[in-house]
Design a protein around this ligand. Structure first.
Ligand SMILES: Nc1nc2c(c(=O)[nH]1)N[C@H]1C(S)=C(S)[C@@H](COP(=O)(O)O)O[C@H]1N2
Ligand SMILES: [Mo]
Length: 427
């Protein structure tokens, strides 16, 4: 009968060191060890010697305590105050593509507000035939759709322009989440209000704003509004979390996260862009010559290796190694991802877990061998528009060093001989 926690961690240590000293216990050609005496197999364990938890004990489940590390994290020095701040998805510790809501990054400008479904109102006004107000219950009566999309803050990787800065994929690339949304196409609601009053509506705009104090207003061209924008009320099958806009948020596939208005309260059809704070003083990109570009709505193709990475070092011995990561493009579907272990000199095509889906995260794997060599690990995404993810040097040629948003360059992790990894730049 095994012992206590201490005994278990000792055998865990044995497992790790046993694996590290490849040869001794390892069976040739496999990562497993030869079957042999192991108290975890030969002795009845505590968990098999009594009862587990009853079904009613946890009406809504949280991850088991051993996964306590898989949490959103903040970088306190980034912003002055947690009310107008951001935290990061632990992408280094997740697999697959769907982000659980409980660890999906949050970004708010004036805090996450508490808004009941009963108090929820959505107004459509401006150049429409009939201004309308929808309650939450009204929204549930329109035909709805399900779509998986990524939401990436334009500031994701924004701290890395001038040099390698934050040590972890969570911090360099974690302003992203990917969920299955249920909602009503914005097009359906605009048609309900009637666009006849807008005349030739194709060159018109919608101005969307939230119910929070910041309101986070953004102008969206009508072409996009009528295309794939969703008024969403469920994510991954359940209600949105407060921090992601409960009860209703806008989903603007492939476009910068700032346009995904949370606690959505008003949609105005206008004949011009409003030029709000969020699309003039913020969310514009300063170029090398000091001028700025704006209306950079689309999130270009990007990828990152999530493991190995600084928060996910290699802890096993030599032999088989799985290199994995995420790729995405706001222009369409990912068609391929290449992985380099020599800082971009040579590339190997990775295996996509499934064919890329439009404006959604794609998981890639490179099933390889590692024998303790020093590696400069990179990934490079391609999408179905023919776009290839640029190097940092290529991006800097046009964008300079003073930019913040839309940094989609190739990321490098230096994986050392002991398996630890560090954020570096290669020239
Ligand atoms: N109403 C409102 N909507 C908002 C914001 C906000 O502060 N208020 N922040 C925006 C920004 S900058 C981003 S990146 C996304 C983040 O969505 P998330 O918090 O669900 O991750 O929401 C956007 N929508
Ligand atoms: Mo953002």
């Amino acid at each position: 009968m095994t012992k206590d926690k201490k005994g278990m961690s000792a055998s865990r240590r044995q497992f790790l060191t046993g694996a590290a000293a490849v040869g001794a216990g390892a069976v040739a050609g496999t990562v497993a060890r030869a079957a042999g005496p192991d108290p975890l197999i030969t002795e009845v364990q505590d968990w098999a010697n009594g009862l587990g938890h009853g079904v009613d004990e946890v009406p809504y489940g949280l991850p088991i305590e051993f996964e306590g590390d898989v949490i959103r994290r903040n970088v306190p020095w980034l912003t002055a105050d947690p009310i107008s701040s951001i935290n990061f998805t632990p992408i280094h510790a997740l697999d697959g593509t769907i982000t659980p809501q409980g660890c999906a990054f949050e970004r708010h400008h004036s805090g996450a507000i508490t808004l009941k479904k009963d108090d929820y109102r959505l107004m459509i006004n401006g150049l429409v035939d009939q201004p309308l107000v929808f309650t939450y219950a009204d929204l549930e009566r329109f035909p709805r759709e399900n779509h998986v999309y990524f939401c990436e803050c334009a500031a994701n990787t924004g701290m890395e322009w001038a040099g390698a800065q934050l040590n972890g994929a969570q911090f360099t690339h974690g302003m992203i989440h990917n969920m299955e949304y249920t909602g009503v196409p914005l097009r359906t609601l605009l048609n309900e209000a009637g666009l006849g009053a807008a005349g030739d509506f194709t060159d018109k705009w919608v101005y969307v704003e939230g119910a929070d104090a910041s309101s986070n207003g953004r102008s969206i061209p009508m072409e996009k509004a009528l295309d794939d924008v969703l008024v969403a009320f469920k994510a991954n099958g359940e209600a949105l979390r407060r921090e992601h806009g409960y009860p209703v948020r806008l989903v603007v596939p492939g476009w910068e996260g700032n346009m995904w208005v949370k606690w959505l309260r008003r949609i105005e059809v206008t004949d011009h862009a409003v030029e709000s704070r969020e699309e003039t003083s913020k969310y514009t990109d300063t170029l090398e010559d000091g001028t700025s570009r704006k209306w950079t709505w689309i999130m270009d193709a990007k990828s990152v290796v999530t493991s190995p990475s600084p928060q996910a070092p290699i802890t096993h011995g030599h032999g088989p190694l799985v290199i994995t990561g995420l790729a995405w493009s706001g222009r369409g579907a990912i068609t391929g991802v290449d992985v380099s272990i020599d800082g971009g000199k040579t590339w190997t095509q990775a295996r996509l877990a499934k064919p890329g889906e439009k404006m959604a995260l794609t998981r890639f794997y490179l099933d390889t061998e590692w024998n303790g060599e020093d590696m400069l690990v990179q990934s490079r995404a391609r999408d179905d528009s023919g776009y290839v993810q640029p190097t940092k040097a290529q991006l800097r040629e046009t964008r300079g060093l003073n930019s913040i948003y839309h940094n989609n360059c190739i990321q490098t992790w230096h994986v050392k001989t002991n398996g630890e990894a560090e954020n570096v730049e290669v020239s």
